[in-house]
Each structure stands twice: as structure tokens, then as C-alpha cells.
Ligand binder design. Structure first.
Ligand code: TXA
Ligand code: MG
Length: 310
């Protein structure tokens, strides 16, 4: 099921099968965006509700016009600056985009992932690839091929579906999502492209909140391992994740000690998976302070912690 062949992956996608694809953020579970039956299988394999929209992954800025009806100049500037990269733009959808991509909404999420092999798969297939993160619904996103196999292996079709092994994701957190359907950018999900960068490129003030856009998954208790996540030290703690400068409290299993914020994002999800693999129950994560990527990390951790009330 694991492959490193671009040709094999492109053929599988063209035949309506699923291929887990590496990106710089997290692995995605991809299908031909124009095929309703292929995209519906993504939902089955993930165990995800059918009305949740999925991002369409494209190979470059030129492909926007195929999938979006209109693009505000400031959104085009963002695409030209940050693509390929960890930014998803929500735009009014073109007639190419089926309801099965958008959960019936009239907009579409587009992204050019920054991973050479996946860009090659997209170009070679000639398709737009609908792809949510390649994990079971609500679980932690996978940042390597082994994590995809572990999470989705039992649900994939062993004969036809593939997992493309493109190494470890270099960012490690899902993309920043910007609603570009109104006059000003609105951030729906924090990520490695920061609010400050978006304001600088667009020369506009960002809005926050949903603004009437339905982006399920950005609102709910998501991104959580089996273990309970705590944002401060608790008596029940058995494991610990923090920057390397923070010493391990006695008696706790250290799951990761990233040197800085960038490495924190890279290793966080794998460290949470490790907690589950080791059968640990209560992981304390001391999140980094500051804006930008650190704020995105705190956003995910808050959701992970909220999934286990008490
Ligand atoms: O980094 C990423 O964005 C990864 C990689 C694989 O590209 N993808 C990812 O997809 O995180 P997913 O489906 O796990 O999260 C995408 C979020 C969901 O919460 C979904 O509701 C929202 O984006 N979304 C997608 N299309 C949308 C649309 N047309 N309107 C509003 N929200 C949308
Ligand atoms: Mg996801």
C-alpha cells in the first residue's frame, strides 16, 4: 500500500482510488476532486460527516481560475506570495466544483502544497485533488507515512488505495485558512502563514471568527489523541512535552524536547501519537508563547485539551 512511485500514485488517482499525499503541513487523503464517488470514499475512510467541505489541492496559481469564479486582487497577492505553501484560500466556487467538495456551500478552499513530489503527482494526474488531513475524524493529523498507515490502514482498500511516502512534514501543523469571499481577509484557522504576514501583503486589517462561513473542524474539539491533553502540570500527569529549555518534571515520560517554535510544530503531533503508542493517559504540553506559529500551536492544543473535559 505504501509507494514512492509518482506514476503509480497519479494512475491510482485517475482511476478513482485514494492516495495519501505528503505535504509540508500534514499528510492529506486525496481523491480526484471531480469524482463524487471518489471523494465520498474519503468521508467513509475518515469517518467524517458528509457536510464537511474539503480543500482542493492544485499545482499552481494559474489553476485558480479553473476552480474559483472570482479572486480579489489581495487574495491573488497572497497566493502569489505564499504558494506553494501553508495557506488555504476560500473563494467563490466555479462550476467545476461539485457540492461533494464544499458540503453544499458556494465557496471552495484552494491550496498549492509545498512538496515537490506531491506537486508532481498533481501535475502528472492533471486533476485537482480533494484532500482533508489523512487521519480518522477528530484525531491528530499525521506527519509521516507510518502514521497514516496506522490510523487509516484498516479502512483503506489494500489493493487499490495508496500511501505515498514523502518523508516527514516540515511544518507539521495544518495550513492557515483565509476566507477571501468578502472585502477583507478573515482567518478561519491559524497556521504557519501568520496574521502579520497576511496584513503586510494585503495592506488590509484581518477579521477573525467565521463571518457566516461554515468551516466545521475549525470550530470543534479536534486534533486530539486518546490521551488527555493538559496545558499545565496536573497531578495525574504521566508524560510531558515542552521546549528543550524546560526540564522534565520528575516521574514523567518526556515525549519531545524541541529546540524552538518551528521544531515544536514539526514534532508535536508525532509526540502526541507516541503518548498513545506508549499507553500514556495524561500528557502535559507547555505551549510556546508569542505570536505567529506559536499562536497556531496553542490553538491546536486548546482544542485537543477541550476534547477531554476534566
Ligand atoms: O494543511 C492543510 O490544510 C491540510 C493539508 C492536507 O492540505 N488539510 C487539512 O484539511 O487540514 P482538513 O479537511 O483536515 O481541514 C480543512 C478545514 C476543515 O475544517 C474544513 O471545514 C475547512 O478547512 N474548509 C475546507 N473547505 C472549505 C470551504 N469551502 N469553506 C469553509 N471551510 C472549508
Ligand atoms: Mg483535519
Amino acid at each position: 500500500m505504501i509507494t514512492r512511485s509518482i506514476e503509480e500514485a497519479a494512475v491510482a488517482l485517475r482511476s478513482g482510488h485514494l492516495v495519501a499525499i505528503p505535504t509540508e503541513t500534514v499528510y492529506g487523503l486525496a481523491a480526484d476532486a471531480s469524482s463524487q464517488s471518489a471523494v465520498e470514499r474519503i468521508y467513509t475512510v475518515k469517518g467524517r460527516p458528509l457536510n464537511h467541505p474539503v480543500i482542493v489541492h492544485i499545482s499552481g496559481v494559474d489553476e485558480i481560475r479553473r476552480w474559483a469564479l472570482t479572486v480579489p486582487p489581495w487574495a491573488r497577492a497572497l497566493a502569489e506570495t505564499f504558494w506553494p505553501g501553508p495557506l488555504t484560500l476560500i473563494l467563490p466556487r466555479s462550476s467545476e466544483v461539485g457540492d461533494w467538495i464544499t458540503g453544499g456551500q458556494d465557496n471552495v478552499g484552494l491550496r498549492v502544497p509545498n512538496h515537490l513530489l506531491t506537486l508532481e503527482i498533481i501535475s502528472r494526474s492533471g486533476l485537482g485533488l480533494a484532500a482533508p488531513s489523512a487521519n480518522r475524524y477528530g484525531a491528530v493529523s499525521p506527519t509521516n507515512a507510518a502514521a497514516v498507515l496506522e490510523d487509516l490502514g484498516p479502512y483503506l482498500d489494500a489493493t487499490n488505495d495508496l500511501i505515498f511516502d514523502g518523508g516527514n512534514c516540515v511544518v507539521g501543523l495544518e495550513s492557515t485558512i483565509v476566507d477571501a469571499t468578502s472585502s477583507r481577509p478573515r482567518i478561519l484557522r491559524l497556521g504557519a502563514v501568520t496574521a502579520a504576514q497576511i496584513e503586510e501583503i494585503t495592506d488590509l486589517t484581518i477579521e477573525y471568527g467565521t463571518g457566516g462561513i461554515r468551516a466545521p473542524g475549525t470550530l470543534e474539539n479536534h486534533y486530539s489523541p486518546q490521551a488527555s491533553v493538559h496545558l499545565q502540570l496536573v497531578d495525574s500527569a504521566d508524560s510531558f512535552i515542552a521546549l528543550a529549555e524546560v526540564p522534565t518534571p520528575s516521574g514523567l515520560t518526556r515525549l519531545a524536547e524541541p529546540a524552538d517554535v518551528v521544531e515544536f510544530a514539526q514534532v508535536l503531533y508525532e509526540a502526541l501519537r507516541k503518548a498513545d503508542a506508549l499507553g500514556l493517559q495524561n500528557v502535559v504540553v507547555l505551549a510556546p508563547t508569542g505570536n505567529g506559529l506559536a499562536a497556531a500551536i496553542r490553538d491546536r492544543l486548546k482544542r485537543a485539551a477541550a476534547s477531554h473535559p476534566g
